[in-house]
Design a protein around this ligand. Sequence first.
Ligand code: PLP
Length: 264
Amino acid sequence: MTNDFPQALTIAGTDSGGGAGISADFKTMQMRGVFATMVVVAVTAQNTLGVQDALAMPPELIDEQFASLAADFKISACKTGMLADPLRVKTVVNNLKRYNFGLLTVDPVMIAKGGAKLLSDDAIDVVRDQLLPLADLVTPNLPEAEELTQMTITTEATMATAGRRLQSMGAKNVLVKGGHFSSEDEANDYVLLENGRSFWLTSKRKKTRNTHGTGDTISSCITAELAKGKSMEEALRIGKAYVEATIKQGINVGHGHGPLNHWA
Ligand code: PLP
């Protein structure tokens, strides 16, 4: 029996509103032609207006989900999203060391657009010290890059410095997403590759409220492309183009920050 269709894994939280987290990952991986699997780390009660509640899964159940996947699938790329707290980060780290799920993208999700904390403050050190050294790619936005590097990032030059710092912390490749610069009309992301080469991925900023799940979408698109065997640089370029297209033709669902349009 063959097991050769490209398979990817998202290790993250759910969004009952369907726009972010594991829903965004599944939609994106599906659209990129990759079979998606999941380890649910936390469940959120959420809609386009915000996160109303969240509950992290028992560590034993997280272990069991990893074991179920390892026993049956041939996963060639995985990503982490919402990891909730130090205990769950450590549980995920242990499982990533125990099994081989291929190339690892760490999306160091910390705070949702509405302000809800998806990672507790005391878990940031654990992400930095234990998860980043396992990462083939880390994809922070600016606030996340600031937390991980303890830098203030206000210019493209400091974005690049933060990128180098993240690489020196153990992440092989780095994508620092510049979308949080408020006054710019562009959303430019800094890439630093394993071989030391760096470049910018540029795009025009689109004025829209419908940006719920953009971070999840770019990291899961990159993960899907890596699962298909694309190079890191190709995967990053496809990820940027994919998220740009899904933002550009947003859809109106809900009353707050609506989801992306994966059918654009
Ligand atoms: N909810 C979950 C479970 C997530 O993983 C994420 C992002 O990673 C979000 C919400 C954040 O969504 P937003 O794009 O609105 O900040």
